[in-house]
Structure formats: structure tokens, C-alpha cells
Ligand binder design. Sequence first.
Ligand code: DAH
Length: 348
Amino acid sequence: MEEELARLREAALAEIAACGTEAELEAVRVRYLGRKGSLTEAVRGLGRVPPAERPALGALVNQAKEAVEAAVAVAGERLAAARLAESLAHDRIDVTLPGRRRPRGHAHPLRLVEDEIVDVFVGMGFQVAEGPEVEDDYHNFAALNFGADHPARDAQDTLFLADGPDLLLRTHTSPVQIRYMRATQPPLRVVVPGTVYRRDDLDPTHSPMFQQVEGFMVDERVSFADLKGVLVHFLRRLFGAETGVRFRPSFFPFTEPSAEVDIACVRCAAAGAADPACRVCRGRQWLEILGAGMIHPNVLRAVGYDPETVQGFAFGLGTDRIAILRYGIEDLRLFYENDLRFLAQFPS
Ligand code: DAH
């Protein structure tokens, strides 16, 4: 029995020392110290030993068990430390490395200016609406009081679509007035940003595709004074509180009376004096910014409103033109070429 114990003890210690993983160590521990382990069996075997030998042998068994338990504990710590060191070496990250920068997108300059414009009107309680770019003659022209022979319907201006009897690309955002008013009842205040199309060749100041913002307000007792108040406020928010604004009589089929609205040349104003050779206003000192007017009674009737009870004003402006003034850009084509070197210059 003594020899047997010594052999077990040596064998256990050797196996423990040879373990390379915590799982192997656990298997060895179970083999010697588990419920059916060899040393556990040896404790039970004490019952068959003559009583006189039991105390000495019992002490030996306990020593062997304690020695093996201690060896398991030491090996367990060694293997756990090795596992930690291994995973630290393996998963090392250098937190001082610079991060990888993801290229950030930029809002398009036309979108930035459109947002600025729309925000001023939203601040005055206007809703934002949109409408389709493919329109029909009724919404783009007829309901807006264009006569059957109005020159704007001419194929020179309008891009007609081949696949419909009267389908066209909208030439302005004004048809959204018709769509919106037909679907709603006054009072209403609406701004409509959107893309419009005309049969124009691309050059520094023309594009067959460009951007407009339409606006209109309808209620009882809306007057030309409301139109002036809203538009002067808008233009001064956009171009500065001191900006000169002037209204000139004009003509649009869908407004009566109609006006064109100019602002004092931004470049001459910044220079403090009118420059006869100014390349922005070409010496004229005023810049045409938008068209406006009181909504024509025929238009109100076309959408089912009674012009005796409600009145409205409307306006339309070219977003591209305002962006050109805002950013001092000389060539409209830059907005549509999508050259990232150009587009990345506009901070959002
Ligand atoms: N629709 C006009 C255009 O494209 C712009 C315009 C002028 C819109 C006067 C309006 C307005 O609503 O009242 O040239």
C-alpha cells in the first residue's frame, strides 16, 4: 500500500507537470481526486487495512492528496497566466494609432441654398410641398391661366415627352400651386422647392435643368402688402438686413397684378459704391431675383376657390441664380457636372 501510494503520487505530479491546457489539467485532477479518482479510492481502501496500520497509512494518504491538490492549484495558476499572456499577445491593439478617416459626404451647394431659402419661409409658418416633374398641360399651363396660344407653351421652351398625348417636363414649379390648392382649403402658406426643365442649351448662364422655389399664401384679405412684407423679409434674411429691395410691375398669366423683385447688387453694395463695370450686375446696380404677384382670380376659380372670399399671393425664384450670387460662382454648369473637387468646397 505504501509503495502503491508513492507510485500514484509520483505519477499524478508528473502528469500535472505535463499538462499544457486547463482542460487537460482538469482531466488529470478528476482521474486522481474525483469521486472515482485513484487517490479517493485509496482513502476508501483504508477500511481493509488492519486497524493498527491505519493511522500511519491514513497520514500518508492525506499527504499524497494534499500534495496533488497543491500541484493542481499551482499548475492551474500557471496555465491561466499563460492563457492570458497568449491572448494579450494575440489581440494586442495599439490605441495610439491614428484612426481611419471615412470620407464625409457634402450637401450639394444647390441643396444648401435651397435649404436656406426654405428655412426662412418655414420660420414664417410656411409648409413645404413637392410635386411631380412630369406634368401635363393642364397643371403646367391651362389651370395657370396660360392662353392656348401663349408662347411659353411653344416647343422652343417646353420639353414634351414622346410617350403621352400631353405629357411634359414641368417648366416651372407653379403647377404645384394647382395640385396643392385642389387638395386643400385655405388658409394656406406653402413653399415648393423643385427641379424644372426648359429647352435651353447648356452654357455659363443657362441649363435645360434648373431649380426653383415656388411659394404661395391664400387666406381671406391677403393683399399685396402681405406679399411685400413676406418677400422683403425673406430677401433681407438671405442677403442681409440692409439689402435694398425694389418691386417693378411685370406680367405673368397666373398673377394680377404681377411684379418682378430686384435686390441691390450684392457686389456693389459690398464695395460700398456702384461699379459701372461690375461683373455681377454689369453696371445696372440691381439684380432680378424673383417673380411674384397676386394669384389671378382665374387660377383661384380653377382650383375651386371663390376669389370674392379668398385672395392669395405667389412667387417663384431661381435657386441656381441665388446660389451663384451667394457663392460668387461664374458658371452655372459647375452645379451639374458633379466634379467632387468643386462640390467638396461647400461645408454643410
Ligand atoms: N413660374 C414663373 C417662372 O417660372 C415664376 C413665377 C413668377 C412664379 C410669378 C410665381 C409668380 O408664382 O407669382 O418664371
